[in-house]
Design a protein around this ligand. Structure first.
Ligand SMILES: Nc1ncnc2c1ncn2[C@@H]1O[C@H](COP(=O)(O)OP(=O)(O)OP(=O)(O)O)[C@@H](O)[C@H]1O
Ligand SMILES: [Mg+2]
Length: 253
């Protein structure tokens, strides 16, 4: 830039700016994206209901033309449902999370997750095993923790397309010198390569058909909100173990 000649005696105005005073635009983008997605949800659910009503009106198609219409409507409906799943998972990930702090018995929580989902899991050809244990309680939000454990179980099921086993275990442990409660979810599925492990916690990384790739980032977010972490061990071809580590209630973090 050409330098202007300074007139004698005139004071130059220096524009000083420290970028650290700017807000975090990434957060603004995340909240705008959250709003956008929220707005998209209503027209989507109208589309879903309308396609359902059209299918019902069509009834049992007789002519080849009606058969084609039925197939197209079904495709539209399943695609709409896929978008709805993507949209609600995205909302879940970006929404500022409010957390309850109840005193939670992790062993009871795991039992509850299993009893509510056993039928669906077994329909996938997966047997699920769990031995309840006496462990210290954790301070946390039971419904968020429920969701986290279920996400890991569902991932285990997806990793075993031919069926297999899921073993759940709850144990008392120490993590970085503090008392912790660990919830282990072990499967006998395809396993994960060493290079892929850090990637699977990133949004939209998925190898599962129909998966959004938001399950693990959401699960990690929930566990971090509780002051905990997730450990992964995996042997390709043999299976994987995901361990949720939560600080025991009253332990100093
Ligand atoms: N237990 C597991 N065994 C093998 N691979 C896994 C396991 N858990 C996660 N993965 C890998 O990590 C990817 C990301 O998992 P994540 O839960 O985030 O998404 P997803 O399961 O594909 O989709 P969604 O959870 O939205 O249905 C999976 O697609 C899979 O490739
Ligand atoms: Mg998943």
């Amino acid at each position: 830039m050409p330098k202007k000649k300074k007139r004698k005696g005139s004071r130059s105005a220096v524009n000083a700016f420290d970028a650290s005073q700017l807000g975090n635009w990434e957060q603004d983008v995340a909240s705008l994206a959250g709003m956008l997605v929220h707005e998209v949800k209503n027209p989507l659910s109208t589309l879903n209901i309308s396609s359902q009503l059209l299918l019902e009106e069509l009834g049992d198609p007789e002519s080849p033309r009606d058969h084609r219409t039925q197939r197209r409507l079904e495709t539209m409906r399943s695609e709409i449902q896929r978008i709805e799943k993507i949209v609600s998972s995205f909302l879940q990930l970006t929404r500022p999370q409010q957390m309850q702090r109840d005193s939670v018995d992790a062993s009871r929580l795991v039992e509850d997750v299993i009893s509510r989902n056993r039928e669906a899991i077994e329909l996938e050809g997966v047997n699920v095993f769990f031995q309840p244990m006496d462990v210290p309680r954790v301070a946390g939000d039971a419904s968020l923790l429920h969701q986290a454990v279920l996400n890991l179980i569902l991932n285990g099921c997806s990793a075993m397309s031919e069926g297999g086993e899921i073993f759940l275990r709850v144990l008392e442990s120490t993590y970085r010198g503090s008392s912790a409660v660990v919830i282990e979810v072990t499967d006998t599925g395809v396993g994960i390569s060493e290079e892929a492990i850090p990637r699977i916690f990133r949004p939209y990384v998925s190898t599962t058909e129909g998966g959004t790739g938001l399950g693990l980032p959401t699960t990690l977010r929930i566990i971090r909100l509780h002051g905990g972490t997730i450990l992964v061990e995996s042997e390709p071809g043999q299976g994987s173990r995901f361990s949720i580590v939560l600080p025991a209630e009253g332990s100093t973090q």
